[in-house]
Design a protein around this ligand. Sequence first.
Ligand code: SAM
Length: 232
Amino acid sequence: MKTTKLKKKIVKKVFDKVHDKYDFMNDIMSLGSHRLWKKEFIKIINPKPSEIIIDMASGTGDISKLISNKYSNQNILRMDPNYLMLKKGSNNFKKNEKIVEICASAENIPLKDNLVDTYAISFGIRNAYDTQKALEEAFRITKKGGKFICLEFFKINRPILKELYKIYSNTIPTIGEIIVGDRKPYEYLTSSIEKFYTQDEFKNMLEKSKFKNVNYINLMAGVVSIHTAWKI
Ligand SMILES: C[S@@+](CC[C@H](N)C(=O)[O-])C[C@H]1O[C@@H](n2cnc3c(N)ncnc32)[C@H](O)[C@@H]1O
């Protein structure tokens, strides 16, 4: 089986398994920090009421929730290939007609070119089965003058913190086993962080996809980073 197909299958299985306890586990695994990171992410997105935003890899919809809390009238496209994850978050948006759900993946977006003002992806790009293709699709659907913003786990740049983080992340599969009853999805999640690109490699990939003014900031010494880029 080709590696992209295999990854697609593994990732689907992981999120099918964890969807029900996803939000709870997110709080446990990040010790609540994901809420602070996401707040910072929204500040950088800086949504404007007239804009169309895509919340790619939306999962249970944390990012859409934070944006619509700011502007209840915001046009948001919640996209995710995992139907169970998408549906788990649906209840939060039932009364909001401005939020549209689409079950599709980042590599094959069923939208026309130059549509969105902001392409936002939070803890999703690492799961794409073809990162470069996903970035090219992001570029295609973003309007000229629009921005790309990505929140993701990356590589820690301080040796002691790196070791401490390693010890902590080794405990995550055990926590998953206790709470969800299966350690495998959490082994995938921790190993996918190790296998993913460095901040600079990802920056280069964005440039290769024709984005300009690509930059990133590290939060917590690079545990997570926020990349920003523009379609000019
Ligand atoms: C860790 S969750 C992130 C959810 C949410 N954005 C957040 O920040 O809490 C990752 C999401 O990526 C989705 N995903 C997996 N493969 C994907 C792909 N190829 N394209 C887009 N999203 C994908 C999963 O289904 C899952 O919902």
